[in-house]
Write a protein that binds this ligand. Structure first.
Ligand code: DGJ
Length: 755
């Protein structure tokens, strides 16, 4: 396994678990070309893969060089020398010329995985997990060195890629487009899978047919954004959740990005992904380097489900630093949907007291605790506590919360400034703006120029002060607007195109400092919900608030969509009040609990207004979470009922790694008449065929079902479920009966334990 160089054939063979990825140094011309990606093959001398290309090499037919360049499957295609398909690199010399032609120069193969300068990236956990190939290429005319970095993972079908560009010329050069990598295929018989949505509707899978032409995904918002997630996959048109080949890319980056799947005129296809070239430019002086963000490439020969499970394993073990390893993260209660800005010290304590009695472990104070932040019009940037609202400050509040036996957490939105703030009055030039042009407000706020060190340091020092003077176990880092009129007062004209990337690097630097200075702090990211749900952010914070839509039924789609790439343990999910504040829908407390338990689990409601019966149900949910969260946090996810395809039900299950336990969640989203017509037998997945599993329906207590005002009229409480013992083969092939539940939005959870 690992990485081999077949010198005679000029071929690099990269193997990752059951995957092979083959690169060829084509011809005397030394083009770095792509030969194969897919299920593992054993041969290494595979020159035949060049096919007809060997007969039309540019050196033999120089007159046709342009046309031939357009046919070569390149590892890192460039603009300007005859390849007209989507390219990864475009440069501009100080004379204004745009052309680059890369040829192989040398290479290095070594165990392990290098860190990327200033950027988040997956890492080797234990020695022997990874092997790395550095392919050094050069454009002789420009004296530009381009190092392609590939890392294979021994135990996962994962190969990561990135690129390092170094200017070895005396004159400066401008990078106009630097994508992180490319994938080439010799056919275009694919579907393309991407994740799209909007605010409160993040991560919806979209599957489109690839033909000649392009399918694109991307962002120019300054963050990865809610409309497009940095994920792009091509798959066999017949591929399903459980079968067929899938080739996926996910960019470890939280800013402007671009992903393109192109079916090109020689009937092949190409995928590229990286920083969005829109308003991007990076000046490299002599000797300077630029590092592009990492692409994670996953191959699955067993459908979309296996692709997801591979991403999940990679991110849990090689990207996320969990501050609660091996144990469930604390169940939190957040006051946002309980009080919005209208809280008092006493109200917060009342909520915390009731929450503590129910076993909730972490109290999070959301927006509104600082400066004159009494509504969303003002106060951002003034990170000092509002003592009028919170006499005694964060220290007193956190101590009182701690005395209740709970941890304390706090909301911040450090990248922003309100026009009505002390910070803005003192430093109006610290906000991103173009001189002489109207500065757009979004949610009554501006974005601070985090490309500037003095701005970052100032904000960081304020936050550091708050955290050092109270016992803060958790931070919710929010970001509620996008970048507009992008320019920096500190950058010269020919570097303005660097702002958006420098901004993201600034965000990473501060998140990294926070993590280093407060190693036990649990950091949850949020961007108006899931607008910055990407692997870049996950490197710093093990969980991200999934969406501002907390409606359980909507959330099923959002969580299952996010689970395409991201582990359930990363998806921030709370039980909120009914009627739901976003949709007005009423769902039972149980169902809200089941859906939130498919994420990080917490509450976001005024618990003081719950009935005793409801609080009993909360206590029961807390117990269920503690009993079963290890399966959700560490197990393998299998999506069963596709919530995007059918309106009647959703179903998913998580199986522990040793396959001895599993947790099935079933939500009937649309009630049907008649016991027989409305019951359905679903085939479970991921179990051991021969093992015998005892199945137990877990439910909130019967009394609570009766008294739960929101499930009034429901008869389920009367139902008792017999425990069954069935083999994995029966459960997976014949299926498990999901009996009709009484009413829309009812759900159940089934625990499977191998005997
Ligand atoms: C947007 C977040 O997504 C909400 O959860 C909440 O924290 C608000 N911001 C506070 O302003």
């Amino acid at each position: 396994m690992g990485i081999l160089f077949h010198e005679q054939a000029g071929i690099f063979k990269l193997d990752a678990l059951d995957t092979s990825y083959i690169i060829g140094i084509f011809d005397d011309e030394k083009f770095v070309s792509h030969l194969y990606y897919g299920k593992r093959i054993i041969d290494s001398d595979v020159n035949y893969l060049y096919g007809p290309l060997v007969r039309v090499r540019p050196s033999v037919l120089p007159g046709q060089a342009g046309r031939i360049m357009d046919a070569i499957p390149f590892e890192y295609p460039t603009y300007g020398c005859g390849d007209y398909r989507e390219h990864c690199l475009e440069v501009e010399t100080i004379d204004g010329y745009h052309a680059c032609d890369l040829r192989y120069e040398s290479h290095k193969i070594y165990p392990g995985k290098p860190r990327l300068n200033g950027l988040p990236a997956t890492f080797e956990k234990e020695e022997g997990d990874c092997n790395t190939l550095e392919l050094i290429c050069r454009d002789e005319t420009l004296n530009l060195k381009v190092t392609l970095l590939y890392t294979t993972f021994e135990y996962l079908n994962v190969i990561t890629r990135t690129v390092l560009i170094t200017n070895e010329n005396a004159a400066a050069i401008y990078l106009k487009r630097v994508l992180s990598g490319c994938l080439e295929f010799d056919h275009q018989n694919f579907d393309v899978l991407t994740l799209h949505g909007s605010w409160e509707r993040e991560c919806g899978p979209v599957r489109t047919l690839l033909r000649q032409g392009k399918v694109t995904t991307g962002s120019t918002r300054g963050e990865s954004g809610p409309t497009d997630n940095p994920f792009l996959a091509v798959l066999d048109p017949a591929a399903t959740e459980d079968t067929g080949e899938v080739f996926a890319m996910n960019l470890v980056y939280s800013g402007n990005f671009l992903g393109v799947a192109e079916g090109h005129h020689f009937r092949g296809s190409r995928l590229v992904m990286g920083i969005n070239p829109v308003n991007f430019s990076w000046k490299l002086e002599q000797g300077e380097s630029f590092t592009a963000p990492e692409i994670v490439m996953v191959y699955s020969g067993q459908g979309i489900g296996k692709m997801s499970r591979t991403f999940h394993d990679l991110y849990r073990n090689h990207l996320i630093r969990d501050v609660y390893p091996g144990t469930p993260r604390p169940i939190l209660i957040n006051n946002w949907e309980a009080t919005y800005f209208g809280f008092t010290y006493e109200k917060l304590i009342e909520i915390a007291k009731e929450a503590a009695k129910c076993g909730i472990e972490l109290f999070v104070l959301d927006d509104g605790w600082f400066g004159n932040r009494n509504d969303e019009m003002r106060g951002l940037g003034d990170w000092f506590v509002n003592e009028e609202k919170l006499p005694g400050g964060i220290r007193r509040l956190s101590e009182e919360i701690n005395d209740l036996g709970m941890k304390f957490g706090l909301w911040i939105e450090p990248e922003m400034v309100s026009p009505d703030s002390e910070l803005f009055r003192a430093h109006p030039d610290w906000a991103i703006q173009i001189p002489g042009r109207h500065r757009s407000l979004f949610r009554h706020q501006y974005v601070l120029d985090w490309s500037r060190k003095e701005v970052r340091d100032y904000i960081y020092d304020m936050i550091h002060h708050v955290l050092s003077n109270a016992n803060v176990a958790y931070i919710k880092w929010d970001m509620n607007r996008t970048l507009t009129e992008p320019a920096s007062a500190s950058l010269p004209a020919d570097r303005q195109g660097e702002l958006c990337h420098r901004y993201v690097l600034g965000v990473y630097e501060i998140m990294g400092r926070l993590r280093d200075d407060f190693p036990s702090l649990l950091l949850e990211n949020c961007s108006a919900g899931g607008s910055r749900f990407d692997p870049g952010v996950l490197y710093y914070s093990p969980q991200i608030w999934g969406s501002d839509d907390s409606d359980a039924i909507e959330r099923i789609q959002i969580e299952m969509g996010a689970s395409m790439c991201y582990p359930l343990s990363t998806i921030g999910a709370h039980v909120s009040a009914v009627p739901n504040h976003q949709t007005g829908r009423i769902t039972s407390l149980e169902t809200r609990g089941y859906v939130a338990m498919a994420g990080t689990f917490g509450y976001e409601l005024d618990i003081t207004r719950m009935s005793e019966a409801e609080k009993d149900a909360v206590r029961r949910q807390v117990d269920i979470y503690h009993k079963y969260n290890h399966i959700v946090k560490e197990g393998d996810l299998y999506r069963i009922g596709d919530p995007f395809e059918n309106r009647d039900y959703a179903c998913w299950m998580v199986v522990s790694k040793d396959k001895k336990e599993a947790l099935v969640t079933y939500i009937q989203t649309h009630a049907l008449p008649g016991y027989f017509g409305a019951s359905r037998k679903l085939r479970l997945k991921g179990l051991t065929e021969e093992a015998l599993y005892e199945t137990t329906v877990i439910s909130v207590s019967a009394e609570v079902r009766n008294e739960d005002v929101h499930s009034e009229g429901a008869q389920n409480s009367q139902k008792t479920y017999d425990s069954l013992t069935l083999s994995g083969s029966a459960l997976m092939n014949a299926g498990y009966w999901m009996e009709r539940l009484e009413g829309d939005y009812m759900g159940m959870m089934i625990y499977l334990k191998a005997k």
